[in-house]
Ligand binder design. Sequence first.
Ligand code: ADP
Ligand code: MG
Length: 244
Amino acid sequence: MTKAVLRIEKLKKSFGSREVLRQIDLEVAPGEVVCLIGSSGSGKSTLLRCINLLEQPTGGAIYFKDQNILADQVDQNQYCTKVGMVFQQFNLFNNMSVLKNCTYAQVKALGRSEQEAEETAKKYLRQVGMIEFANALPRQLSGGQKQRVAIARALSMDPEVVLFDEPTSALDPEMVDDVLAIMKDLAGSGLTMIVVTHEMNFARDVADRIVFMNEGIILESGTPDQLFENPQHDRTREFLARAA
Ligand code: ADP
Ligand code: MG
């Protein structure tokens, strides 16, 4: 038994003959905020997509609270409801209102009543400052507003872990800080988060741990101070110099 929420062991993912993830080991404790950094193509998105089973790993294990969710008899649908995801491109349901975006999976996947789902959704829409847009359609919103709705949608499932894949990379610069501020609040509230980001100031400020990925492996990881002040590998130094 460990106190990890997630424990990833020797995770591998190949696309055809191309090995994109090689032997990834990663543990995430309850309430921990892990920032994943690394060059484009290093496998960050693939790792998140393996964690929430949008991609099927080709090897290794993913333990959620000590249960290997890749084992045959496990209810993967139930696991997936516990792992929220926020995408770079928002991935809202464009034909549904903001409120419906936030209630749909609660009713479908958690079996909540419409009323309970709406109350939960409204709580989180209020938290991200989007309650007055509950009846709007996604196309009526700015990018930053869409991402705030996407965050409320993920939170509405009351997940145990939320994965963020470059949540501010598609936003106009003036919207980035709003979304980062919400994420910082969430981190402070004790939510367990894995965040792929190029926002080094955010990572330094908010992360408990930084993980640097390079060519499908975790090259090094540590506290923000360790990683930013005293990187152990040339490759990490080069990356940080370019990202600064
Ligand atoms: P990152 O998010 O760090 O930029 P990705 O995880 O998106 O990296 O991609 C890692 C590598 O895997 C890249 O070379 C990418 O082209 C490849 N890749 C990702 N998804 C697929 C896929 N569905 N089919 C084939 N190759 C893929
Ligand atoms: Mg990516």
